[in-house]
Design a protein around this ligand. Sequence first.
Ligand SMILES: Nc1ncnc2c1ncn2[C@@H]1O[C@H](COP(=O)(O)OP(=O)(O)OP(=O)(O)O)[C@@H](O)[C@H]1O
Length: 242
Amino acid sequence: MSPVVSLSNVHKSFGALKVLDGVSFDVGVGEVAAIIGQSGSGKSTALRCINALETIQQGTIQVCGHAIHDPALDRRALRRDVGIVFQSYNLFPHLTVEQNIMLAPTCVKALSKGEARDLAREVLSHVGLEAKADQYPEQLSGGQQQRVAIARSLAMRPKLMLFDEVTSALDPQLTGEVLKVMETLAREGMTMILVTHEMAFARKVASKVVYMHQGRVWETGTGAMLDDPQTPELRAFIGNGL
Ligand SMILES: Nc1ncnc2c1ncn2[C@@H]1O[C@H](COP(=O)(O)OP(=O)(O)OP(=O)(O)O)[C@@H](O)[C@H]1O
């Protein structure tokens, strides 16, 4: 079976700054890939390139059958297949939780209000927040808002979910709630790529760990790779307690 995501020799610079220097890796169906590495190593840029939020200068990226490097890429079709959750929740403050979730299914997928409401209730129960449907984002904790953001992505029935440091702004208890939701999704077979500083989560949940250093894939392996680093760079990174 062809991979859901395939990066081959991807290069990306911002002006004179080379951020991705020949990055290649694949993510298969149902796989959970964790991208780890020092600050500035290019993790978020790699994730943004996968979702066509950045253009690349060289190489190829295939995502759910879409050629991301192709200037003729159908971005609307890509957005339907790929969900992305960021560190900031980006919920509309003037809409209830349920209305936030209903927005994309009604606007993009042309679902009726009733269908979208049923869907919103379903995905909210998936993240344990069905009781919060009629509340406004400001009435929720950061962890709850992030779970709503995840539910909002799930409502589009994505084939792939991307998570960019989604717990970085949360305290440890709220981080735990969000990671639990992500672990459940992983167990249910969702294909996921996450940029994370949560090493324990990467070790436990990821089927593939991609360690980036200076814009390159330095080491890849299973979560067990974190217990037995092969390069001094990864050893130092883990040693720093990150
Ligand atoms: N839009 C941009 N314009 C210019 N430089 C950028 C842009 N986005 C990222 N960079 C630079 O690219 C480098 C890699 O950034 P990136 O966010 O991918 O790193 P990261 O590994 O995700 O780091 P962190 O863990 O701190 O989020 C950094 O030096 C950053 O300043």
